[in-house]
Design a binder for this molecule. Structure first.
Ligand SMILES: Nc1ncnc2c1ncn2[C@@H]1O[C@H](COP(=O)(O)OP(=O)(O)OP(=O)(O)O)[C@@H](O)[C@H]1O
Ligand SMILES: [Mg+2]
Length: 303
């Protein structure tokens, strides 16, 4: 949402982002989370009419100030923070901001429903919201979304395995922008954490950054600067335990790769349907040998 947020903020307000990637999985409606963020950013910008700074952070840190603000259990949140250098609020205003129809903006355009909606959404997700502000000192809104526990994450119906650990990631390398976006969207919707890059050199840099958290590499075979095989070879020294899924539109690649793929690699011919890709991804992430073992265990009367 970075671009949309910067556009909405206009030129007077500079928006900074400090996002801790892989801060964890939460359960919430993505559209509603977007609304929360946009409402908070709109308020922050409206509070800095002469220009200023708005910063957006996502992390897991919890401070003593949060305890003071009444946020229970200091562990296990993804914290979305929006702070501004704007006008700030008087204490009496601060007490009413979450009430429906409360507004101090007398331009006739505001409904005063922004924060009421934000609070409703956050509470529906089992979360909390806090605000710290003083007149002339800006405001900081912190939204606490509870982290999903492993047991709550959708499990694969066949293997019983969680799709991935929350910190795991898929590195997707594909030079065609529309194909890349499509794959990324599909897998993200299924709960996978996808890092996507258009070429080999960017992919290598990201792999160094994420290291062992990358469990699967999905790469196109034919790419202009570095082909998929070469990329996979170079990635194997950075993330030796990651599996590789090659995708290609050339039937010849399939023939070429047949029987000579690395033991941790599989091939999928383009074009493919979204569910074919998902099946392949699941397959690569939970190899059949392990599946067999689990089945055996499930039927074992001693377990
Ligand atoms: N970042 C902020 N800085 C200063 N005051 C704020 C900030 N965010 C909210 N407020 C105060 O809280 C009030 C309620 O905010 P809320 O978003 O619910 O309504 P609104 O912004 O006035 O109207 P709407 O969101 O419907 O356009 C605001 O009118 C303003 O007084
Ligand atoms: Mg508002």
């Amino acid at each position: 949402m970075k671009d949309a947020i910067q556009r909405a903020a206009g030129e007077q307000v500079s928006v900074t982002f400090d996002l801790k990637y892989r801060s964890g999985l939460i359960q919430a409606d993505p559209t509603q989370v977007e609304q929360v963020l946009l409402d908070l950013v709109a308020n922050a910008c409206e509070a800095t009419p002469g220009g200023g700074m708005v910063s957006i952070r996502v992390q897991n840190e919890f401070s003593s100030a949060d305890v003071k603000n009444g946020i229970p259990e200091p562990n296990g949140y993804v914290v979305l923070e929006v702070s501004d250098t704007g006008a700030g609020m008087q204490p009496d205003v601060q007490l009413q901001i979450f009430e429906p129809h409360f507004t101090t903006k007398e331009n006739g355009k505001q409904t005063g429903l922004g924060l009421a909606a934000v609070r409703a959404i956050v509470e529906q997700s089992g979360g909390h919201i806090s605000v710290t502000s003083a007149p002339g000192k800006g405001s900081t809104f912190r939204v606490f979304f509870p982290l999903l526990q492993a047991a709550e994450i959708d499990h694969d119906p066949e293997t019983g395995a969680a799709p991935m650990h929350w910190s795991d990631a898929i590195l997707l390398v594909e030079d065609s922008e529309p194909v890349r976006t499509l794959i990324q969207k599909g897998l993200t919707q299924k709960g996978y954490d996808v890092i996507s890059e258009p070429d080999g050199s960017h992919a290598l840099a990201r792999a160094k950054e994420y290291g062992e958290r990358i469990k699967l590499i999905i790469t196109d075979v034919e790419m202009p600067d570095m082909n998929g095989r070469e990329l996979a070879r170079r990635l194997s020294s950075i993330v030796p335990n990651a599996n590789v899924l090659y995708i290609s539109g050339y039937a010849d690649d399939a023939i070429l790769h047949h029987g000579m793929l690395e033991s941790n690699a599989v091939f999928l011919q383009k074009p493919f349907k979204q569910d074919e890709l998902e099946r392949k991804v699941r397959e690569v992430l939970s190899p059949p040998s392990k599946k067999g073992l689990r089945r055996f265990r499930a039927g074992d009367p001693t377990t």
